[in-house]
Design a protein around this ligand. Structure first.
Ligand SMILES: Cc1cc2nc3c(=O)[nH]c(=O)nc-3n(C[C@H](O)[C@H](O)[C@H](O)COP(=O)(O)OP(=O)(O)OC[C@H]3O[C@@H](n4cnc5c(N)ncnc54)[C@H](O)[C@@H]3O)c2cc1C
Length: 441
């Protein structure tokens, strides 16, 4: 009879684990406490309109290979649209585009950078020197700077404050949800090495064509349980050491399986693990993570205001604008690392965003916002701080029957959809290769 696994949490880490274990011959039960899969990358139904909206626009890049592999596995790769050109705008409403030419990487973006009107020649010179230094360092070289902040590294490479603010920070704050002075230099470099200096198509940006929740309709598992909350783990102490053999649910019931994968977000994982000394090292690691907020705003205008499919913004509070419908009436704005705005009330945020949008999209000046939905994710992602990889727990726990998955576990990738999928694939590999302890039971 096929072995069984319970995967707790239907975010991307859990979905990826479930798919890989199913493909490996396991009978998988995926348990999700909400009514949709996708976790932090999902949708909600707006009360006013009944419309399915994303909690926040999620962007992926051509270098997100395992995420794209998961979409193919789920048969939804055609629900994602790639863009060859990344459109930028600044606080004065000026435009600039980044696109590749036929030259091989890492020279493919150079002509567009030279023509890019939103940076000065001196800034472009600094950026070219920074990129060249990263290219020379490679992956091995960047890991030597894991205890530096990215700002320290940029400073050492002669990058001025203005170039940091107008270029490096613009890219990184949305990629890593944190400022350059709080990001580990290795993770800062990774973004540029993978997206701009690696494979030719690594920089290409993709957006889902459908609400995020519709990407996960074909989740691969024998059974998917929605609206079921796991409250604890069932531990068997009797057979020569502890073994996790199942989960307890909020309704008081228990479910058992050969393997349990805990794929909840770090805070929830800590609650599920509880006070047992057995799980103390994992809980201690999770307790050291720090988080940053992201704010997403859906604005519905009474007429079309936006032409471009997206705009990365420079010099503004909003960092991205996305056109969410063909007409350009539904606009979604995003602010990452929104520490200063996380406690500001929704009405004040809306006023501020509307004023700023007019400077970028002049047609918004004569338009009226009919409704607005603001989503604050106060603990959106953990910060990839210097030295973070000494804290992040591995998928292999050393406890029989228990494996971890989640963007916060160790994957060499930061808190992203790609990081979550990688963690799920690694968790499944641990199990398929014999289990979460070094000795095989
Ligand atoms: C606002 C925002 C914007 C982002 N933008 C991007 C982006 O543009 N690009 C990008 O790559 N990444 C982005 N990210 C990061 C990305 O969403 C996450 O890194 C990734 O989705 C995390 O996946 P996960 O499976 O590890 O965790 P989660 O998505 O948190 O999944 C955990 C799941 O476990 C469930 N769960 C928790 N407790 C229990 C329980 N007790 N019982 C049962 N189920 C439980 C949760 O409901 C959830 O579905 C963004 C994140 C946020 C919040």
């Amino acid at each position: 009879m096929a072995k069984s696994a319970i995967v707790v949490g239907g975010g991307l880490a859990g979905i990826a684990t479930a798919a890989a274990l199913t493909d490996g011959g396991y009978r998988v039960t995926l348990i999700e406490r909400r009514e949709f899969l996708g976790g932090r990358a999902t949708s909600f139904r707006e009360r006013q309109s009944g419309q399915l909206l994303d909690n926040c626009q999620h962007v992926l890049l051509g270098c997100c290979m395992e995420l794209l592999g998961l979409y193919r596995r789920l048969g939804v790769e055609d629900r994602v649209e790639f863009f060859d050109t990344i459109h930028f705008a600044d606080e004065r409403g000026r435009r600039g585009d980044l696109y590749a030419c036929r030259l091989p990487s890492p020279f493919h973006l150079a002509p567009a950078m030279l023509a890019f009107g939103l940076l000065t020649i001196a800034q472009k010179g600094e950026i070219a020197r920074g990129m060249a230094a990263m290219k020379v360092l490679g992956k091995g070289g960047r890991d030597a700077y894991a205890d530096w902040t990215f700002r320290e590294w940029l400073g050492e490479k002669g990058q001025s404050d203005e170039t940091i603010e107008r270029f490096w920070e613009v890219i990184l704050v949305s990629a890593l949800n944190e400022r350059v002075d709080a990001i580990g230099a290795n993770y800062g470099m990774q973004v540029f090495q993978e997206a701009f200096l690696g494979e030719w198509g690594g920089y290409r940006m993709a957006l889902p064509r459908v609400p995020l929740a519709e990407l996960y309709e074909r989740a691969a598992a024998e059974e998917v349980l929605f609206n079921r909350r796991v409250t604890g783990l069932v531990v068997d102490q009797q057979h020569g050491g502890p073994r996790v053999k199942g989960v307890e649910l909020a309704d008081g019931s228990r479910m058992e399986a050969d393997q349990v994968v805990l794929a909840a977000a770090p805070d929830s994982a800590r609650r599920i693990l509880g006070e047992s000394p057995l799980f103390e090292p994992i809980c201690r690691a999770i307790g050291q993570l720090r988080y940053a907020p992201i704010i997403g705003a859906h604005l519905f205008y009474d007429r079309p205001v936006m032409d471009e499919p997206h705009l990365a913004l420079m010099g503004t509070t909003l960092q991205w604008l996305f056109r969410k419908d063909a007409k350009g009436t539904h606009i979604h704005g995003v602010i990452s690392a929104a520490h200063e705005l996380a406690e500001v009330d929704a009405r004040s945020l809306q006023d501020r965003f509307e004023r700023e949008i007019v400077t970028i999209l002049p047609r918004a000046a004569g338009a009226r916002v009919e409704r607005c939905a603001i989503v604050k994710e106060k603990r959106a992602t953990y910060c990839p701080a210097p030295g973070i990889d000494r804290i992040r727990p591995e998928q292999r726990t050393g406890i029989e029957g228990l494996t971890l998955a989640g963007d916060y576990t160790r994957t060499d990738w930061p808190a992203t959809m790609e990081g979550a999928v990688r963690s799920g694939n690694r968790a499944a590999k641990v199990i398929l290769e014999g289990g979460s302890t070094t000795h095989r039971g």
